[in-house]
Design a protein around this ligand. Structure first.
Ligand SMILES: Nc1nc2c(ncn2[C@@H]2O[C@H](COP(=O)(O)OP(=O)(O)OP(=O)(O)O)[C@@H](O)[C@H]2O)c(=O)[nH]1
Ligand SMILES: [Zn+2]
Length: 342
């Protein structure tokens, strides 16, 4: 199948950056390994790319420019970036996916449905720079899916909310239409809500999320996880293992965006540092008293801000700790040196 760059997600944003280095060839990153990257080019061919810096600085979905030896020369500025704190290692940031246009936030019309969880994912989408689309699955096994949909819609003005039976093929097209040809999507949501079912239906392939076996240079079988999957409508679905455990981090702006109604009210509080608890002249409490705002929503805002602050603070604190440790090591070395001189 012949492809063009725009089929792969290329746009004027990247073309402008390519114009500065016209002799290099654009590739889109399809897999990130410890020592090399796999890219897709305009013809749909994959190539092994040699990075010019640590591969941890690249994400699946990135656009890079390579020379004729497939050595990476430039990493193009991203349109969006999903990242998370690396598991177990304290404060290391791990890049999950870049240049994702649409983030499908998947929940289901049952006990998984939770407004706080949706708000958390919405904040994440806004922070990363992706357009959020809420997909509520299992509408077929629920007597009143519209009730779930209207609760979700009430969270953010003009929020797109779709209810589906993910097992019914004819219900997938309306979901796909939010990520047309040449655009890139990703799915987030808790375990069991139907992400795999949706991914398979959107790509028309079973096992979208499984690794692909291939021979490496020495003829050994290796399992490579290719993360960019073509969807039936010409869009792309990015699926990376890290996507399943995304947490909020450094997402103050994203949280503010999701709670912009409260933020607008807060601007009218008498005290600029109002905590919206019991202060006199609090416009938020007044809106609650007038039934304009649900008290639960204020509580969820406080909680999400605290959660983001906690995660982000730990990041700053742990950097400070690393610094202090470095200082300590240096001073011990210094002591040792001065002792050995005596
Ligand atoms: N009735 C009905 N069942 C669904 C729907 N969507 C998913 N399921 C079923 O729900 C179960 C879980 O779906 P999965 O697609 O495996 O969920 P997942 O989000 O990928 O789960 P993890 O892999 O654990 O993250 C499967 O048995 C699906 O067949 C739906 O819209 N309606
Ligand atoms: Zn207030």
């Amino acid at each position: 199948m012949s492809k063009t760059l725009s089929d792969l997600g290329w746009s004027s944003h990247f073309a402008a950056q390519h114009a500065v280095n016209p002799t290099c060839t654009p590739h889109r990153i399809n897999a990130v390994h410890r020592d090399r990257l796999i890219g897709l080019n305009a013809l749909g061919d994959t190539s092994d790319l040699t990075p010019d810096r640590s591969t941890g600085e690249f994400a699946v979905g990135d656009w890079i420019l390579a020379d004729d030896q497939n050595r990476i020369r430039h990493l193009l500025e991203r349109k969006s970036l999903l990242q998370r704190r690396a598991a177990g290692t304290g404060a290391q940031v791990q890049l999950i996916a870049a240049n994702v246009d649409v983030l499908y936030i998947v929940s289901s019309c049952n006990a998984d449905f939770n407004l706080a969880r949706l708000e958390r994912y919405l904040a994440l989408a806004h922070q990363a720079g992706c357009y959020p689309v809420v997909v509520l699955t299992k509408a077929d096994s629920c007597p009143d899916p519209e009730n779930y949909a209207s609760q979700a819609s009430s969270l953010v003005r003009f929020l797109t909310v779709l209810t589906v039976n993910a097992l019914e093929a004819s219900e997938i097209d309306p979901i796909l239409s939010w990520c047309p040809a040449g655009q890139t999507a990703a799915l987030v949501g808790s375990s069991g809500v139907g992400k795999t079912t949706l991914a398979n239906a959107m790509t028309g392939q079973a096992g979208t999320t499984a690794g692909i076996r291939e021979d490496d240079a020495r003829g050994r079988h290796t399992t490579t996880h290719r993360a960019l999957h073509p969807m039936r409508n010409g869009g792309w679905l990015i699926d990376t293992p890290g996507m399943r455990a995304l947490r909020l981090m450094d997402a103050q702006n994203g949280v503010d965006e999701v709670f912009s109604d409260l933020l607008e009210l807060a601007a009218r509080c008498r005290f600029s540092d109002c905590q919206h608890q019991a202060e006199p002249g609090c416009a938020v409490q007044e809106a609650i008293a007038n039934g304009v705002i649900e008290p639960d929503r204020l509580a969820r805002w406080h909680k999400l801000r605290r959660e983001d602050q906690r995660n982000s603070e730990t990041l700053a604190q742990s950097r400070a700790r690393d610094k202090a440790f470095g200082k300590m090591v240096r001073s011990v070395m210094h002591d040792k040196k001065s002792r050995s001189r005596h």
